[in-house]
Write a protein that binds this ligand. Sequence first.
Ligand code: GTP
Ligand code: MG
Length: 444
Amino acid sequence: MRFLDVAKVYAQSGAGGNGCIAFRREKFIEYGGPYGGDGGRGGDVIVEAVENLNTLIDFRFQQHVKAQSGEGGKGKVMTGANGDDAVMKVPVGTEIYEEDGESLIIDMATPGMRFRLLKGGNGGFGNYHFKSATNQAPEFALPGLPAEERIFILKLKLIADAGLIGMPNAGKSTFLSRVSAARPKIADYPFTTLEPQLGVVKIDETDFVLADLPGLIEGAHEGVGLGDRFLGHAERCASILHLIDGTGDAVAKTYKTIRAELEAYGNGLEDKPEIVALNKVDAIPEKDLAKKRAALEKACGHKVHVISGVAGTGINTVLRAMAHEINQRRIRQAEERHYATPARAPRTRYERQTVNYKAPVVAKARLTEEVKTPVAKVAKAKKAGAKEGLRLAKAKAAKAKLAEEKIRPKAKTAKSKSRPVGRAKAKPKALSRTAKRARKSGRR
Ligand SMILES: Nc1nc2c(ncn2[C@@H]2O[C@H](COP(=O)(O)OP(=O)(O)OP(=O)(O)O)[C@@H](O)[C@H]2O)c(=O)[nH]1
Ligand SMILES: [Mg+2]
C-alpha cells in the first residue's frame, strides 16, 4: 500500500430536516388543530483514531466526506429521522489542521479517540410546536439549520519510539531489516527509501517501534533531495539513531551536515537524545577505524558506537542504549499520567458516604513482611534439606528479628521507666473546690 502522510478533505455535516405544516383532519374530530412534526437532526462529521491503519491513502481516493441530512417532519406530529454521522477513520498520530495547514484543531494521538469536527444542523420545529391560545392554527414551521462545510488538512506523524536518521546509503534500511521483521527495500543507490518504514524491535524485555526515514542531504530544509518533510515522523520519537557511513572519508562533516538539517527543521528534534553509530565497520580498514571514530567523537561530543548492519557487529549494544532512552521516557510519561490525573471527587451522596469504608485495609501482618520473609525461607530451605541455605536463612531471620526489636522496643519496658506503677506510687488525685471547702470546714 502506498504511504501518504498529508491529505486534504472537504467535509460537510448534514443539514437539519424542515419542520412540517400539517393540520389534523379526522372524522368526529372538530378543530383538529396543527399536527406537523419537527425535522430530524443532520449527522455530524466525526474523526476517529484507529490502530490498524498507518496511512492516509484512503483520503486520496475519497476527498469528500458528507454526513446525511435529517429528514423533514411529517403529519401526525411525526419527527423526521436523524441523519447518520460520517466517521473519518484515521491512523493514530494524525493531526487535523484548518485549511491553512498551520492551525491545529486536534491531535489524534490515542487509539479509539473520537472528535466531532462538524456539527449537524438541528431540525426545524413543525407547526404543532407553535400552537397557543392566541394562535390556534399556526400556518408556519421552521426550516432545519443548514449544514457546516469546511476543508481540513490531515497530517500523519507516525508514532515510533525511535527514528533512523542519516545520509542516503548510510545503511538505515539494512539496519532496520537486521533488527526487525520489516523488509524495506535495500540498494546501493541514494534515496532507495522514499517513504518511512516501521519495524518492531525486541531487545531484552523491551519492545519498541523503529522508523526508517528517507535520507537527508545538505539543504534538505530548503527542499533539496526529498526535503525534510519526513522528519515530522521523528518528532514523536523518544530517541534518534544517527547512522553514519564509515566507508566515507569525511565522517565528522557528514555528522555536522545532518545536525545542521535537524536544527533547521526545529520542532524540538534537535534536542532529542541522539545515539551516534559509525556503520559499515566490516568495510572500514582497521588503520582508519580509530581515526574515524575519534573524529566523530570529537564532532558529536559523546560516545560513538561502531556497528555493522550486514555483519551484525555492535547491534545489540546500540539497541540496548536505545531501549534505555525509550524506557526512561515511558517511565516519565507514566508518572506524568499518574500525577496529572487528580483523584476523582465523590459525585453522589452514596459515594461520599462510602468512600472511607472502601479504603483498602492494610493487614497488620503486611507491615512486618520483610521480617517474615526470611522465616518463610527457613521453612523452604528445611524442606529442601539444603544445609548451607538453612544456616544462612536462619542467620538472616535472627538478624531481622533483632532489627525489628530495635525499631519497635518492647512497650512494657518503655512504660515502666516513664510512669510509676501501682497505687502507692501514683500521684494523689487533685481535690475539687467543693471537697477542699468541706475539708477546711472540718466536714468529711
Ligand atoms: N559493507 C556493508 N555494507 C552495508 C552495510 N549496511 C548497508 N550496506 C550497504 O549499503 C547500501 C545502502 O544500504 P541501505 O540500507 O539501502 O541504505 P539507506 O540508508 O537505507 O539508503 P537510502 O534508503 O537510500 O537512504 C546497500 O548496498 C547495502 O548493502 C554494512 O554494515 N556493511
Ligand atoms: Mg533505505
